[in-house]
Design a protein around this ligand. Structure first.
Ligand code: ADP
Ligand code: MG
Length: 322
């Protein structure tokens, strides 16, 4: 139902950056190793994401735009152990309800591509269209049909900044994937497939990377990897705090507190630590379903997580103080 989709869209697609996030996550879920993003006018005019992932069969194209159609979970029980980034099946349907969306794809093993266009939530018939293996989703004129929402969008520069942040957060967590970001035709990022350390250096800067300490700890099923800024480096601010749970960027109070405390304990004074840390854990022990934009998580055992993060980073930092 169109209205339901538009209302849901308000939740899922707050702004161009949220649409971009859904689209990038779909490309990653499809196993893409190369993803190109084109934005125009801060993403308000155009968001195009092209990937070389597994693609979508012609007959499944309408399904991909159907609300609650997801190819990623078969039952509610599966929600317990979600490993893919998307699973609600509402991303594309929501975006399609508030934009002019074109989905073009050619699945592995298929000779030709196909395309479906959705305008104002109405699906047009599937047509043949040339495409390399993979998928391109093109979102034009976000919120053209919901002026009240469109008014809430900020300037192109601000919306672009949000898109760039979203792109960078995702690119940091997938160094093995090649990414390109263009805005208004200009290349902003060209990131080859590379080692994490090189991706960190590209995105967070040489300053951070050259002094950062590698973190690699585990306890039971908890594993923490990544880089913690050198305790005496001054570069840290809220923007250089990258924390991921099972591959998703999250802002989490428990994690922020544990990490700040580890730094304070070593340095004996307050400072914004800089870090790019990746926590992997049993998906059943973390609820990623707390908000449609999925930036927050809820840990079943938050005390244990706090302790693990604190000790992991503390140990790493303390090693430099001797
Ligand atoms: P979800 O990701 O939660 O399953 P979406 O609405 O984001 O829901 O996508 C719906 C479906 O469309 C996905 O389950 C997937 O089958 C298909 N799809 C979307 N984008 C891509 C892509 N880039 N490559 C392959 N399949 C895709
Ligand atoms: Mg999705």
């Amino acid at each position: 139902d169109h209205l339901v989709n538009q209302i849901a869209a308000g939740e899922v697609v707050e702004r161009p950056a949220s649409a971009l996030k859904e689209m990038l996550e779909n490309s990653l879920d499809a196993g893409a190793t190369r993803i190109a993003v084109d934005l125009a006018q801060g993403g308000i005019k155009l968001i195009r994401v092209s990937d070389n992932g597994s693609g979508i069969a012609a007959e499944d194209l309408p399904l991909a735009l159907d609300r609650h159609a997801t190819s990623k979970i078969a039952s509610l029980d599966d929600l317990e152990c979600v490993v893919t980034l998307g699973f609600r099946g509402e991303g594309l349907a929501s975006i399609a309800s508030v934009s002019r969306l074109t989905l073009t794809s050619r699945p592995v093993g298929s000779e030709h591509g196909h395309q479906i266009v959705a305008i104002d939530g109405t699906l047009h018939p599937v047509e043949p269209a040339p495409h390399a293996q993979g998928t391109t989703v093109e979102v034009v004129d976000l919120y053209f049909n919901t002026p009240a929402r469109r008014k809430f969008l900020k300037s192109e520069a601000t919306e672009y900044a949000h898109c760039a942040t979203t792109f960078e957060r995702i690119a940091l967590a997938h160094p093995q994937v090649e990414f390109i970001l263009r805005h208004n035709g200009k290349v902003v990022w060209r990131l080859p497939a590379q080692a994490l350390a090189d991706r960190v250096a590209a995105l967070l800067g040489r300053d951070f990377a050259d002094n950062a300490l590698a973190v690699e700890t585990s306890a039971g099923t908890l594993v923490l990897t990544g880089f913690a800024g050198h305790p005496t480096a001054s570069r840290g601010n809220r923007d250089t705090q990258y924390f991921y749970v099972n591959g998703r960027f999250v802002r989490d109070k428990t994690a922020q507190h544990a990490l700040r405390q580890a730094y304070r304990d070593v340095l004996h004074h307050e400072r914004h630590p800089a870090y790019a840390l990746f926590l992997t854990m049993d998906p059943a022990q973390v609820d990623v379903n707390v908000h449609p934009t999925k930036i927050e998580v809820r840990f079943r055992e938050s005390q244990a997580i706090h302790q693990f993060l604190f000790h992991s980073v503390h140990k790493t930092l303390a090693g430099t103080q001797a």
